[in-house]
Design a protein around this ligand. Sequence first.
Ligand SMILES: Cc1cc2nc3c(=O)[nH]c(=O)nc-3n(C[C@H](O)[C@H](O)[C@H](O)COP(=O)(O)O)c2cc1C
Length: 324
Amino acid sequence: MKTAITELFEIEHPVIQGGMHYVGFAEMAAAVSNAGGLGIITALTQKSPEDLAKEIGRCREMTDKPIGVNLTFLPGFATPDYPGYIKAIIDGGVKIVETAGRSPEAYLPPMKEAGIKIIHKCTSVRHSLKAERIGCDAVSVDGFECGGHPGEDDIPNMILLPRAAEELKIPFVASGGIGNAQQLVAALALGAEGINMGTRFIATKEAPVHQNVKDALVAASELDTRLIMRSLRNTERVLTNPAVEKMIEVEKEKGDATTIEDVMEFVGGVYPKIMQEGTMEAGAWSCGMVVGLIHDIPSCEDLVGGMVRDAEAIIKGRLQKFVA
Ligand SMILES: Cc1cc2nc3c(=O)[nH]c(=O)nc-3n(C[C@H](O)[C@H](O)[C@H](O)COP(=O)(O)O)c2cc1C
């Protein structure tokens, strides 16, 4: 499949694995890139720029295909050493960066000078247009269905993607809620040049997470995600569990007066416990509504290759029939 995104990133399939905290290690990125998609290492999961440099090096030993790095600009409370991480990306020869969170504007110049292509992930048309204006090469348009942070506008991809298509000149991929070939075809029909997946990639053989996490994804339905931190305007879609339900109770009780301290026990430092130790009820972890469509744990090769093959068959078969 050839699209503006496969051309831009010089990849075989228009399928990107979005940055994921404590999932986006070298093993994950290499497996997706080796499958012909674009695998992405999550910078901030690495404790320091030096660790990121090592992770990029490890990934290079596992694949000679293009890889990307996700740089998430966090809302407020902590300021990581972004210039240091950017230096590690540039020195590591990485040519694709997925930015997310706050505007990447202040950090773009050194990356652009190094010839790095930027895909900014955001959840609204206005933020997509801003990304285009400040010089990003592409946008990942993340709908309300998505795992992680859907923003505060609550616009699902059935509306958000065609709205992005109306306004954007740079190419965009559809992100959020995608896990199968039919959805890949739908995303292309709605104007996207490819897709970005998070949750679906966690339930793969190569995802470097505890088996309990993969089993939880297979077991859950589309009814099992919850929105947390709405009261902090830092909404996150997560898989429900007793800790999440308790957190929602706290937020309900405190309402707009909720502070980050009130909910810290449910979100602070829980990722390693869940993703690496498999302690599923340690707290809240990002998960999208697409979990209802996850019924197996394939290899990345089977997932990406299968989706693209089946998408081509849908376009040539079922869709073609309607116009023949
Ligand atoms: C466990 C998990 C962790 C994530 N961590 C990050 C992150 O650190 N930075 C980021 O930009 N996006 C993060 N995301 C969002 C994904 O990159 C992607 O945009 C999202 O998962 C797409 O929605 P989907 O899960 O429905 O495919 C995370 C998603 C998940 C499921």
